[in-house]
Design a protein around this ligand. Structure first.
Ligand code: TXA
Ligand code: MG
Length: 316
């Protein structure tokens, strides 16, 4: 899958005009807008129908560009040098003269920032010469998009353009680490695991209720399909859709999608949102999900599944 240079150029000029463009990253599709412009950033909140002004991730093309906006501690620099471009978002203090719209920080004195590990995203960032605020390109509370068609289903009439770069290979959103305090805090699990981060930095801890901010990815109900979700299913009802994992799959479901028949967690993460969408579109009474091991990348997969299964009343 490729994106024509002319389309990248068109997208870059839309972004310079303050319009919104959805683009592929290695994790999920982002809904991008000029992070220097209050209007563009407000437009992102409106297009997603995000009920609160929750902070957004700013995407940049280089470490040099990131230095213009945020302060890097030694730990932050180590993580950035090791994992960027890639699926790691660092929450860092805003610089005093930071020109990013205050709306990307939603009132906090920090900024979540990353260099995406996707060539189209990088070329777009270089062409438009802007930092891009980009949350996942779905309506608030819905399943994150891993293909351009998912974005079009929900946002076509609200944005200038969708760049189709094929399927996102990671499939779940970036790992978010807050480095503004004494010790790094894992705010959102992702494909870069806490064990991998722990090899580079000491004292990293998972977020507790006290350290969590109430961003959308942190809400109990998020990534929510229309159908109800039953986790840790070891059997399946006739009228259910089954989200399977591994080779030992219970028979009898109306439809089955297998995250990874060989039990590979990376493959399962890549398929997760796409298969949830497929099942959700089926004529079924609910979605049953087989147990996923809670190790390595399984932690991030289970985090998304628990939010997908949570009662919708909790969604803001
Ligand atoms: O993989 C990703 O991260 C995708 C792609 C498009 O890059 N983006 C994404 O953005 O997932 P979004 O807006 O859906 O999630 C941003 C997460 C939220 O959980 C938010 O609460 C957190 O980052 N966040 C953003 N700014 C923050 C800040 N200043 N302090 C703490 N958390 C922040
Ligand atoms: Mg999101």
């Amino acid at each position: 899958m490729t994106i024509l240079s002319t389309d990248l150029e068109k997208a870059a000029s839309f972004l310079k005009e303050g319009k919104l463009v959805a683009f592929p990253t290695e994790t999920v599709y982002g809904l991008g807008g000029n992070a220097l412009s209050d209007n563009a950033v407000a437009g992102i909140y409106a297009a997603k129908a995000r009920p609160n002004f929750n902070p957004l991730i700013v995407h940049v093309a280089s470490l040099e560009q990131a230095h213009e906006y945020v302060e890097f501690s030694e730990t932050a620099l180590q993580l950035a040098q090791h994992f960027w471009p890639g699926p790691l978002t660092l929450v860092l203090p805003r610089k005093k003269d930071c020109k990013l719209s205050l709306l990307v920080s939603a009132g906090l004195d920090s900024v979540a920032i990353r260099i995406p590990g996707n060539d189209f995203a990088l070329r777009l960032l270089q062409l438009c010469e802007l930092p891009l605020a980009a949350p996942s390109a779905n309506r608030s509370g819905r399943i994150s998009p891993t293909e351009a068609s998912h974005v079009m289903e929900e946002l076509t009439d609200r944005i200038a353009m969708v760049l189709d770069g094929g399927s996102c290979h990671v499939g779940i959103e970036s790992t978010v680490v807050d480095i503004t305090g004494k010790n790094p805090v894992l705010l959102r699990p992702g494909s870069i695991t806490i064990e991998e981060l722990g090899k580079l930095v000491k004292n990293i801890t998972p977020a507790t209720e006290a350290t969590k901010i109430t961003g959308p990815g942190m809400l109990k109900s998020h990534y929510a399909p229309n159908h109800s979700i039953r986790l840790d299913a070891t059997d399946v009802k006739q009228d259910e859709g089954l989200l399977a994992f591994g080779s030992d799959v219970p028979a009898g479901a109306r439809m089955t999608e297998n995250l990874s028949p060989t039990g590979n967690l990376e493959v399962a993460a890549t398929n997760l949102f796409m298969m949830l969408r497929k099942l959700d579109a089926g004529e079924i009474a609910g979605i049953a999900v087989m147990p996923i091991p809670h190790t390595g990348l399984g932690v991030a997969i289970n985090d998304r599944l628990q939010r997908a299964a949570a009662p919708k009343e909790d969604a803001a």
